[in-house]
Design a protein around this ligand. Structure first.
Ligand code: ADP
Ligand code: MG
Length: 329
């Protein structure tokens, strides 16, 4: 994927499907004799984000920065401690949002006791959104779209290879026609040779069905290959947000710069380079004051002692945002 192709993908005008406004998720940890929490894990600390229909939004950041919490929030599995999620369907009587997920490891995410057609149509059973007698036909149709032969519908997950199991997981995510599919490290558990096939399948499905993806990944080359926009997370905040080309080619936030320096320069689309943390992620039990990154930041100045907002980046007109007073306008 060339920079120009990335730019044109990011530039497509798309309506907003979902807006997150100052979303926080705080987990109480343990409790004292009065039932008060002993500590609080500050998993998300003010997320402002709009998800656009038909885009792939890459989400990157170290382990513990809140990626899975964000995914669970979008899926409706947890509620924000404060802040709001505004779906375009929020009017009463309209359908509620439907977010499905593809996990890293299809071995553990597919129920081993169910035949494939039941695995694929699980979300439809849960939502009761299709008659039972139609389920096999729906499963077969979706299976054929992901390259699983329809005569295998009565087989069980363990009878397939890792790559085929991930195709089945993708079919399951697709079967209920979701608004958003969260891809949580979708290729990290697969052999290198299979990774590209799965990424190509995801890209093809997106084109033909105008799907919206949130792609959580440690692998910068995967994000570069797939994403229109990228959100970089640190300690439960977005520190940089913009087109994939700007964020990955001209990172502005000192954290994004460190994260990308940790990866070798990548000419190829797919490899297994992982972003490793320059140092340890500080605990989120007691949030730092001022800029959350300032203790680790090589560019920190006195101005970093005040909290930083996600503001338009200096010198670009293309909507990039950065949470750093040195880099924002
Ligand atoms: P990531 O997916 O980026 O590794 P997570 O969203 O899993 O990050 O976790 C973010 C922070 O929230 C971590 O400090 C984690 O320990 C904490 N956390 C996540 N889930 C829970 C939970 N159910 N109870 C308490 N703390 C949690
Ligand atoms: Mg996670």
């Amino acid at each position: 994927m060339t920079g120009a192709a990335l730019e044109s993908r990011a530039g497509k005008s798309r309506h907003t499907l979902l807006g997150l406004h100052d979303v926080r998720v705080h987990y109480p940890m343990g409790s004292d004799w009065l039932g008060r929490p002993k500590a609080v894990a500050h998993a998300l600390n003010g997320i402002d984000l709009q998800v656009r229909a038909g885009e792939t939004l890459g989400v990157v950041g170290e382990s513990g920065c809140g990626k899975s919490t964000l995914a669970q929030l979008l899926m409706g599995l947890i509620k924000p401690t404060s802040g709001t999620l505004d779906w375009i369907y929020n009017n009463p009587g309209e359908r509620s949002s439907n977010v499905q997920i593809v996990f890293q490891d299809p071995q553990s995410s597919l129920d081993p006791r169910l035949p494939v057609w039941k695995v694929i149509t699980e979300p439809l059973f849960v939502q009761r959104s299709a008659p039972r007698r139609d389920m096999r036909d729906i499963a077969a149709r979706v299976a054929s779209q992901v390259g699983i032969r329809t005569e295998y519908m009565d087989r069980f997950p363990h009878q397939f290879s890792g790559g085929q199991r991930q195709r089945i997981a993708i079919a399951r995510a697709l079967s209920s026609d979701p608004d958003i599919i969260v891809l949580d490290e979708p290729t990290s558990a697969l052999d290198i040779s299979v990774q590209a096939q799965i990424l190509n399948l995801l890209a093809e499905l997106q084109r033909s069905r105008n799907l919206t993806y949130i792609l959580i990944s440690h692998n910068v080359s995967v994000v570069r290959h797939m994403a229109d926009r990228v959100a970089v997370m640190y300690l439960g905040q977005i520190v940089e947000l913009g087109s994939a080309s700007e964020v990955l080619e001209r990172p502005r936030h000192p954290y994004t710069q460190l994260l990308l320096e940790a990866v070798p320069r990548l000419g190829v689309a797919v490899d297994d380079a992982q972003v490793s943390a320059p140092t340890e992620l500080p605990g989120n039990r007691n949030l730092p004051t001022g800029c959350f990154f300032r203790d680790r930041c090589p560019k920190a100045t006195a101005g970093c002692e005040i909290p930083q907002a996600l503001l338009p980046a200096k010198g670009v007109e293309t909507g990039e945002r950065v949470r750093c007073h040195l880099q924002s306008g």
